[in-house]
Ligand binder design. Structure first.
Ligand code: PEP
Ligand code: MG
Length: 311
């Protein structure tokens, strides 16, 4: 039985009509990467590097980061992609040695890439470590909390400066689409990057203006609200016009009710929680792309999140 489970987990996630979805994992450590591979994960769609920085007295050095990213890349090998997201702190994720002055609205303040622009040495150190690890596997870099086109240009320029100094090859660059402006401007933003990964946790929070961790609002902070589905649709359409691909790494990528819709909307890659990899691959093998597309069109025209879930 166990051997059969392992063999099944390793099979790709291909729909009944032959459409292949890439199923990759959200991870925070090398151990997560090992488990993801054992469970049939086809790579890593989101390495949350905050975990490399947390529970320490000071920031990891360039060498320490290089060691960690390289060792994770080695677990995945050259065939499985590893998307490394640059430090995403601020908001609900504090770091003791990186104090952010008191803010009235931390989720709308210094967080994600904004922290990196304010403390460029932290970002540049991380860029160098990622570039230096790139030979160890199939590395891609991703910037969090991009809201404006200028931010992509600025981050890319900093990355390119570090790359030139190190004289290393260029790597694939993507952004998180987790702020509504990025979804609305997807077609323009797509010209600047190789891929998008939709962070539906923050995209839902910022679209509905509801704190993602608020206990009273939890029932309403639903990534299947049609407003969010319409933003995902806009993102995929904008990216497709520029020949770029779109993944989803927010929580709904692991939600069985959301998966047919994401497939139907044209998402190519789902980055899911490690334990859910085998069941999600099995679910996709039972779905038809054409039916998912029909369902997605209905969902885009639904009036409420509850109506979408009923569908
Ligand atoms: C998201 O916002 O959906 C996401 C994947 O990033 P995080 O949950 O780390 O903010
Ligand atoms: Mg996020």
């Amino acid at each position: 039985k166990r051997e059969q489970d392992v063999a099944n987990a390793m099979k790709p996630a291909i729909t009944t009509d032959g459409y292949r979805m890439e199923i990759v994992a959200n991870i925070g450590s090398k151990l997560d990467a090992e488990t993801a591979v054992e469970l049939g994960g086809e790579g890593v769609g989101l390495l949350r590097t905050e975990f490399v920085f947390m529970e320490r007295a000071s920031a990891p050095t360039e060498d320490e980061q290089t060691e960690i990213y390289s060792s994770i890349a080695q677990v995945l090998g050259k065939e499985r992609p590893l998307i490394i997201r640059t430090l995403d702190v601020g908001g609900d994720k504090p770091l003791p040695y990186l104090p952010i002055p008191h803010e009235e609205n931390p989720f709308l303040g210094e967080r994600g890439i904004r922290v990196g622009f304010d403390r460029p040495e932290i970002l540049r150190t991380q860029f160098r470590a990622i570039l230096r690890s790139s030979e160890a596997g199939m590395l891609r870099i991703m910037f969090p909390m991009i809201a404006r086109l200028e931010e992509i240009k600025m981050a890319k320029a900093m990355l390119e400066e570090e790359r030139e100094k190190l004289n290393l090859p260029a790597i694939s660059v993507g952004i998180m689409v987790e702020v509504p402006s990025a979804a609305v401007m997807a077609e323009q933003f797509a010209k600047e990057v190789d891929f998008f990964s939709i962070g539906t946790n923050d995209l839902t929070q910022y679209t509905l203006a509801m704190d993602r961790g608020h206990p009273k609002l939890a029932p309403y902070v639903d990534g299947l609200n049609p407003a969010i589905l319409r933003l995902i649709d806009l993102t995929v359409k904008g990216a497709t016009k520029q020949g770029k691909w779109v993944g989803v790494c927010g929580g709904i990528a692991s939600d069985p009710q959301a998966i047919p819709l994401l497939i139907g909307l044209g998402v190519k890659e789902l980055s899911v929680s490690v334990p859910s990899i085998p069941t999600i691959k099995a679910q996709i093998r039972e779905l038809s792309l054409v039916q998912c597309q029909e369902l997605a069109q209905k969902a885009l025209n639904a009036e409420t999140g509850a109506d979408v879930r009923a569908l």
